[in-house]
Ligand binder design. Structure first.
Ligand code: ADP
Length: 400
């Protein structure tokens, strides 16, 4: 009988999922994907098939107990899979877990003890970790015997040199795990896996990948390993993001708390949820909306977004000692031609010569957007974190 794996990426108001067909010795094939959205308000289950055709759009009834939104969503998802999985046995669920701390340098088979350890990292990723873990809890309640695997966004960066990870703080602080972890590791690991197919020998060189989604970061790779990342101890550092501020003088936090009397919780909300594109534009944390807004604040928000990339690109190129290729990925990186154009123009000093037509072309899939004569290659490569999680989950299952 054929088998399937389910991948879950659980956020605050929505859960993204993908189901993969598992055939021995063959690549994993995605058979369906979808979302449970509107958790906490009016949840719905949406499912699309292999070719993107809509398979399901169902309201999830939680009138009797609104607090059960996510649990009821998962129950309906598993019911749907059981009815539509054409006799496939569900082998396991793989989860994206944002923070693995210093303890987890590889994907982990989830046990109650491991869940407790992962819970300890919640203060380090308050926007993501609780939702990642509550999905694992909900599925354990529904199907206690179904194996679950946690795959970490921090793992790809664990091989960085000490200097790339360290803060210049006293040893008793750094010794307690206060260091740069870096995030978006599953996305970077996927891109690293496809680099040779597109870049040939250059894949082993000095490559910077720009993951520009709602969260955003850059990763410097040498020989397809992470050498440096713009994200640090938390996913707040580095680039300006949808609602997160990115790099900030720590003195600002002291001022907010000391002089303005803000609580730690209020500062957390400000920096994670009210800053970035949203805070500067005053309209939205969504790049498409900001681009479509004709106000000086919206234009400045984009100027600052691009300027921060320009600065961090220089910083990561310095940590690599030069640059051979720049790769754009995630929502803005894959679709935002204007942002790519401005970033590449700013990076002309690094040796990037943009092919304007290739950049503007409405194409999907991996594509080169630099001229044939460009010393540094610029590419767009769609990321696939779900496939990376499915691969890891399969590997963990095979090792049991
Ligand atoms: P997440 O980090 O939640 O996975 P995505 O990778 O989907 O998010 O990225 C979402 C961002 O991508 C949003 O800011 C959205 O506006 C932006 N985006 C999507 N399509 C475009 C586009 N055509 N032009 C500019 N930005 C876009």
């Amino acid at each position: 009988m054929s088998q399937a794996l389910l991948v879950i990426n659980s956020g605050s108001s929505s859960v993204k999922f993908a189901a993969y067909d598992v055939e021995t010795d063959k690549a994993l094939t995605r058979i369906a994907h979808g979302r449970i959205e509107g958790i906490g308000s009016a949840p719905r289950l949406l499912v699309w098939g292999r070719s993107g055709e809509a398979l399901e759009d169902r309201r999830i009834d939680i009138a009797a107990d609104p607090a059960l939104g996510a649990d009821e969503g998962f129950r309906q998802l598993f019911d749907w899979l059981a009815q539509h999985a054409a006799g496939r046995t569900l082998l396991a669920v793989g989860h994206r877990v944002v923070h693995g701390g210093e303890l987890f340098t590889r994907p982990a088979f989830v046990t109650p003890a491991i869940l407790a350890q992962l819970d300890g990292f919640t203060p380090l990723a308050p926007l993501h970790q609780p939702h990642n873990l509550s999905a694992i809890h909900a599925i354990a309640r529904l199907l206690p015997d179904l194996p679950q695997v946690a795959c970490f966004d921090t793992e790809f960066h664990t091989m960085q040199d000490w200097v790339a990870q360290a803060y210049a703080l006293p040893r008793h602080i750094t010794g307690a795990g206060v260091k740069r972890y870096g995030f978006h590791g599953l996305s970077y690991e996927y891109i690293a896996s496809i680099l040779p197919g597109h870049l040939g020998a250059t894949a082993s060189g000095r490559v910077i990948v720009a993951h520009l989604g709602n969260g955003a970061s850059l990763c410097a790779m040498q020989d397809r390993r992470s050498v440096a990342s713009t994200m640090g101890f938390t996913a707040l550092d580095g680039l300006m993001m949808g609602t997160r501020c990115g790099s900030l003088d720590p003195g600002v936090v002291l001022y907010l708390m000391g002089a303005l009397g803000m609580t730690a919780q209020a500062v957390e909300k400000l920096l994670y949820e009210q800053s970035g594109l949203l805070g500067v534009s005053g309209v939205s944390g969504d790049m498409r909306t900001v681009e479509a807004t004709d106000t000086p604040e919206a234009r400045q928000a984009i100027d600052l977004y691009v300027y921060r990339i320009r600065q961090e690109l220089g910083s990561l190129a310095a940590s690599l000692g030069g640059l051979d290729a720049l790769v754009f990925t995630a929502g803005i990186g894959e679709n935002g031609a204007m942002i790519r154009r401005r970033v590449c123009q700013d990076a002309a000093w690094l040796g990037i010569e943009l092919d304007g037509d290739a950049n503007q072309a409405s194409a999907s899939g991996a594509r080169c957007i630099s001229t044939a004569g460009s010393r540094v290659a610029a590419w767009v490569m769609p990321t696939n974190e779900e496939l990376m999680i499915a691969r890891h989950t399969q590997t963990v299952l095979n090792s049991l």
